[in-house]
Design a protein around this ligand. Structure first.
Ligand SMILES: [Zn+2]
Length: 111
């Protein structure tokens, strides 16, 4: 997992972002463009990609929410339906779950 961190005078800013890639640009997961992107300069420093989150640095809240949604995008009612189905046919429920996960992930990524 990589993180987008803004570094100024070799010190990281306290808020970092998860990243995603769009048209070859790697940048903040919370932004559609994505913006900020790796290599962007601002007065506050330069955005860099790091593989470990520096001490004292947190992930921005919007990125956290997006990541949760991507990791488990199924709506609660869908989880309930799958639980019910699993009582009768666990294998069919597992298959259905994979299908739904793929569907909702795609939807989530396109937002
Ligand atoms: Zn973010």
């Amino acid at each position: 997992m990589d993180y987008l961190v803004r570094i100024r005078l070799s010190k990281p800013h306290t808020i970092a972002h998860y990243v995603h890639e769009l048209d070859g640009v790697v940048g903040a997961l919370c932004s559609q463009q994505p913006k900020p992107a790796v290599g962007d300069h601002t007065q506050g420093g330069e955005w860099e990609l790091v593989s470990a989150l520096p001490e004292g640095v947190r992930i921005c809240l919007v990125c956290q929410k997006r990541k949760e949604k991507i990791d488990n995008p199924l709506p609660a009612r869908m989880e309930k339906e799958l639980e019910r189905l699993a009582l009768w046919d666990p294998r069919a429920a597992a298959r259905q779950r994979e299908k739904m996960l793929a569907h909702y992930r795609k939807k989530e990524m396109l937002r």
